[in-house]
Write a protein that binds this ligand. Structure first.
Ligand code: AMP
Ligand code: GLY
Length: 433
């Protein structure tokens, strides 16, 4: 059977998903809401916002959609799946890739995620959570810890809700700021936790509620500058595979983290069908969960999708149908590197609407649109992260060389990119040899 698919979202992650979906022999008609110029070269774009649930409902009915794939977390945390499946004009067998409101709490509430991990014995940093009324207890708990201090707003804060401070004074100030409304209602509760000292890595699974497919792992580069300097961003690049993820480490992740998470969701009756993103810290060879996300990562997806050789659309359909037992994922043993070209000034203030040129001279690379739009038929910048330039290679060094040999061909006013994506992982491999 062929599936008419509606993809929700407009970033580089969604373009990478669209690229895999479009390559599937199982694809019927393909729509994206709202999409972007890259996505809309593969799918029919529908103007509107992913938070307009009623528009999504009408689109599903009008376009005879069989499967909805939700890229970003906000609609999931907001209960989009529950809304659609309870709408009288939506067929009950609509396939929806992503959890309902219950499962989405894994990302929507850090307190919920922490309690879930405690219930299922999943390794994570020791923590306590506090409401504004418990401000004094929060201070006392901070004083019982050693620096660095990790203070997090409980709810969704667009990736900015985590404050790591070296001094007690700074940590106290971040408590004041969060309780004072810096992140709105996301900060009505705070989580204070132990600092995990290690190297981060992102794992991804697609689950049908009881089993799962393991996607390639990846690592993202969060800081704006080379050497991981400067402010945090939405992500400046990614690599896959991650050399320290040996089969021994991956087995620990499966046994200690992925299995108890999937079984925990099932035993609590959440019927989670969709992606789970495990943000992990490798502490001396042992994995700990930093955070859960209920979607794929950005810019990890841009590297991960290059390495998935099997039919992602078929996998997603099986997951949404609740039975992945007949699916097998094929992962390429080649390496992928993604470097994001951003607008000058990002993550602070930046200009928009600058014409982009040079994309026709990137032979052999895959370019995903992240923050672009069309103006008078021309591709222009429309966001901080503009393009994800990705390549597969024989090893990380080869993939990295391919990206950097051509990335300067991408031209727009103020274009900036990091020069050191993947270098630390290549150095790590050389050291271990
Ligand atoms: P999150 O928004 O939860 O992904 O956190 C943002 C970043 O803060 C993470 O990617 C980590 O680099 C860092 N972080 C969060 N929690 C901890 C922790 N307990 N120990 C060390 N670093 C952390
Ligand atoms: N790259 C991290 C994230 O998508 O949250």
């Amino acid at each position: 059977m062929k599936y008419n698919v509606l993809l929700l979202g407009s970033g580089g992650r969604e373009h990478a998903l669209a690229w895999k979906i479009a390559a599937s022999p199982r694809l019927g008609n393909f729509y994206a809401l709202p999409g972007n110029p890259g996505i809309n070269s593969l799918a029919v774009g529908i103007d509107g916002s992913v938070s307009d649930f009623d528009l999504i409902r009408r689109t599903i009915v009008e376009k005879k959609i069989d499967m909805v794939v939700c890229g970003p977390e906000d609609p999931l945390v907001g209960g989009l799946k529950d809304f659609l499946l309870s709408a009288p004009d939506i067929r009950k067998d609509l396939l929806f890739v992503g959890p309902g409101r219950d499962g989405a709490r894994l990302e929507g509430s850090k307190d919920f995620a922490k309690e879930f991990m405690a219930r299922h014995g999943i390794p994570t940093a020791a923590y306590r959570s506090f409401t504004a009324e418990q401000r004094d207890d929060a201070s006392a708990f901070l004083r019982s810890l050693r620096p660095p201090y990790v203070v997090k707003a409980d709810g969704l804060a667009a990736g900015k809700g985590v404050i790591i401070s070296q001094s007690l004074e700074e940590a106290e100030a971040s408590l004041d700021n969060i309780f004072g409304g810096q992140f709105g209602s996301a900060g009505s509760k705070v989580v204070i936790e132990e600092y995990l000292d290690g190297v981060e890595v992102s794992f991804f699974v697609l689950t049908d509620g009881h089993g799962y497919l393991l996607l390639p792992e990846a690592k993202d580069y969060k800081r704006v500058g080379d050497g991981d300097k400067g402010p945090n961003t939405g992500g400046m690049g990614s690599v896959s595979p991650v050399p320290f993820c040996t089969s021994d480490f991956v087995n620990k992740v499966r046994e200690r983290i992925i299995s108890p998470t999937v079984h925990g969701l099932e035993s609590e009756g959440m019927d989670y069908r969709g992606f789970i993103f495990f943000g992990l810290m490798n502490c001396g060879g042992d994995p700990y969960v930093i955070e859960y996300n209920v979607r794929m990562g950005d810019p990890e997806t841009e590297s991960v999708m290059l390495r998935v050789d099997s039919d992602l659309l078929a996998h997603m359909a099986a997951a949404a149908e609740g039975d992945l037992s007949g699916e097998r994922i094929d992962v390429s043993d080649r390496s992928a590197v993604t470097c994001i070209v951003v607008s000058g000034g990002y993550p602070g203030k930046y200009g928009k609407g600058y014409p982009i040129s040079g994309l026709e001279s990137l032979d052999g690379l895959t370019v995903f649109n992240a923050g672009t739009s069309l103006k008078d038929g021309r591709l222009v910048t429309s966001g901080g992260r503009v393009l994800a330039v990705s390549a597969l290679g024989d090893g990380l060094k080869d993939a990295r060389d391919r990206v950097y040999s051509r990335i300067d061909n991408v031209v727009f006013e103020g274009a900036v990119h990091r020069k050191d994506i993947a270098q630390d992982m290549i150095d790590w491999q050389i050291e271990k040899r």
